[in-house]
Ligand binder design. Structure first.
Ligand code: ADP
Ligand code: MG
Length: 285
């Protein structure tokens, strides 16, 4: 039988927008030693805006509209920024492919179009992808028929609560914290320094995120929580000892895979969930 105290804990959590999928997770969360966050949509708002664009000398004249055509088919937060910025009616697309954590490919007006990060373009054999100087922006590159055309620099904003999330974990004595992202290493490391995360890794594909977590889990005594917004995060949520999905942008698959769902967009709810677990345990035992 389940001790009555657990119901109290689950109720207290749900009033703060924290849903535990079972009393066992309320208990498990008190043992967490390490909290790893996804970046985009979890610590940042996941609302991008295009800040800058740059074309190479011989770019396809319609490169921006070709890129928009692919992006208008995607649900990724980056895609919304393109629609906002270029807004005009795109061309029809065939053979659309979403490369999770990398970008998009497809055929538009009989031309092969690629929109995504450096990893995607280089994997598709595009030459001359430039090293960009805008260090704090997410860069989306475009190629048409294998020829590099240019890039867009996009910015996202930190959630107002992100600093608090790390401070609260610290005051609970959880000093092992990290950020994992498919975004550029430079951006992720800068954010990690800013927030005081003990680890920060960028340039990761969704399956590399879960492999990284798998490896971290092997260390003795470690109990790992992963916090993600759901876009491409289901594998990592499944690998963690406790998978925590943030509401808002979260996909149904992530909410299904997670053990705990946070229905607000406040990452500091993670520390609160741990605190409620600890309080409940004191009452129960
Ligand atoms: P995160 O790990 O921070 O949550 P994602 O895994 O969703 O980020 O995406 C990682 C990277 O993949 C992005 O920073 C971007 O470079 C690229 N990317 C993903 N989706 C798209 C898209 N629709 N258009 C362009 N680039 C994309
Ligand atoms: Mg994400």
């Amino acid at each position: 039988s389940i001790p009555l105290g657990y119901f109290g804990g689950i109720g207290a959590a749900s009033r703060k927008g924290i849903l535990f999928k079972g009393s066992n997770y309320l208990d498990q969360i008190t043992r967490v030693t390490t909290v790893i966050f996804d970046k985009t949509g979890t610590l940042t708002k996941g609302v991008f805006s295009v800040q800058e664009e740059k074309a190479v000398a011989r770019a396809h004249p319609d490169w921006k509209m070709l890129a928009l055509s692919l992006e208008s088919k995607s649900n990724h937060p980056i895609a919304a920024a393109f629609v906002q910025y270029l807004g005009k009616s795109p061309h029809p697309v065939s053979e659309l492919r979403e490369h999770a954590g990398q970008g998009l490919s497809g055929t538009v007006q009989n031309q092969a179009v690629l929109v995504g990060n450096r990893i995607l373009l280089e994997r598709m054999q595009v030459q001359n992808v430039p090293a960009t100087s805008v260090s704090d922006k997410t860069i989306v590159h475009v190629a048409v028929e294998g020829n590099y055309c240019g890039y867009f620099a996009l910015a996202d904003e930190l959630k107002p609560d992100a600093r608090q999330a790390f401070r609260d974990l610290d005051s609970l004595g959880i000093s092992e914290t990290g950020i994992l992202s498919g975004d550029r290493q430079e951006i992720v490391q800068a954010l990690g320094r800013e927030l005081g995360a003990s680890q920060a890794r960028g340039d990761l594909l969704p399956e590399e995120k879960s492999a990284w977590l798998e490896n971290e889990k092997k260390q003795a005594g470690r109990v790992l929580a992963f916090v993600g917004d759901g876009i491409n995060d289901a594998p990592a949520l499944a690998v963690a000892d406790i998978g925590i999905a943030m509401g808002g942008l979260g996909s149904d698959l992530a909410i299904e895979t997670a053990n705990v769902v946070i229905q607000t967009d406040r990452p500091s709810r993670v520390a609160l969930a741990i605190r409620i677990g600890k309080t409940t345990k004191n009452i129960v035992w």
